[in-house]
Design a protein around this ligand. Structure first.
Ligand code: PXL
Length: 262
């Protein structure tokens, strides 16, 4: 059986994050990958040097033509950059009845550069989150969506509950930016229950594209019709592998290693 996944995200010319990480991840799971590009970034492991956005209507057109011809089994969003793009992506998700939608609410790159205009956070909350099956904020993104401080697991859980009240069916607040006793805790909230995924913290600077890879791996597994929690568990363990398998490239935050090499 051939499964199809679509990423709607930005291009990272350095190949570590965004569309490039997503397509590598889809391939690692044997899923056919398609890409709708929202924005071009001039980027390497050290930073984002330029951003060139597509128009919202051109993003819509890219989605329309692939969905109508090839079809999609699951979709993820990454860098959406601005309100016009968010509104058009939300319209396409509704128009084409896409149910398996994973939102990675990308706001800031590892280098600190902004990938979503702060004024667009409202549109993300109102337009897109209610359409999502899963949303995967890191601690900083969760803070911005919830407007609260996050200092511990309890705060992560409160925030996950709040985001679920905005309409996401499943929320994963990722703890990679806040290791506790050398462990990373991801809090999953689904069907009024919490699950904690706990992994050893890997002390490396080569983590560029981790969030993209995680959400793409979930999307690939949903495309294969795996159960939502099973998809999340497989994806989390794949991310651990890819971080440990990192490629020490460039002078900044290097990329993950998406593939087994011989
Ligand atoms: O990791 C978030 C992200 C998403 N999309 C693009 C990026 C980055 C981080 O740098 O460049 C295009």
């Amino acid at each position: 059986m051939l499964y199809r996944a679509l990423t709607i995200a930005g291009s990272d010319s350095g190949g570590g994050a965004g569309i490039q990480a997503d397509l590598k991840t889809f391939s690692a799971f044997g899923v056919y990958g398609m890409s709708v590009i929202t924005s071009l970034t001039a980027q390497n492991t050290k930073g984002v040097y330029g951003i060139y956005d597509a128009t919202g209507s051109f993003v819509y057109e890219q989605i329309k033509v692939v969905v109508e011809d090839i079809g999609v089994d699951a979709v993820k969003t990454g860098m959406l950059s601005n309100e016009d793009i968010i509104i058009n992506v939300a319209k396409a998700i509704r128009d084409f009845n896409i149910e398996k939608l994973v939102i990675d609410p990308v706001m800031v790159a590892k280098s600190g550069d902004l990938l979503l205009k702060p004024s667009a956070i409202e549109a993300l909350i109102k337009e897109l989150i209610p359409l999502s099956l899963i949303i995967t904020p890191n601690i900083n993104e969760a803070k911005k969506i919830c407007n609260i401080e996050i200092r511990n697991l309890h705060d992560m859980k409160e925030c996950a509950k709040f985001i679920s009240s905005l309409g996401a069916k499943c929320v994963i607040v990722k703890g990679g930016h806040m290791p506790l006793e050398n462990k990373v805790f991801d809090v999953v909230y689904y069907n009024n229950e919490f699950i904690e995924l706990v992994y050893p913290y890997v002390d490396t600077k080569n983590t560029h594209g981790t969030g993209c890879t995680y959400s793409a791996a979930i999307t690939a597994n949903l495309a294969k019709n795996r159960h939502i929690i099973k998809s999340i568990r497989i994806a989390r363990s794949y991310v651990q592998f890819a971080i440990e398998n990192n490629l020490d490239l460039g002078g900044g935050h290097g990329p993950l290693g998406h593939f087994l090499t011989i």
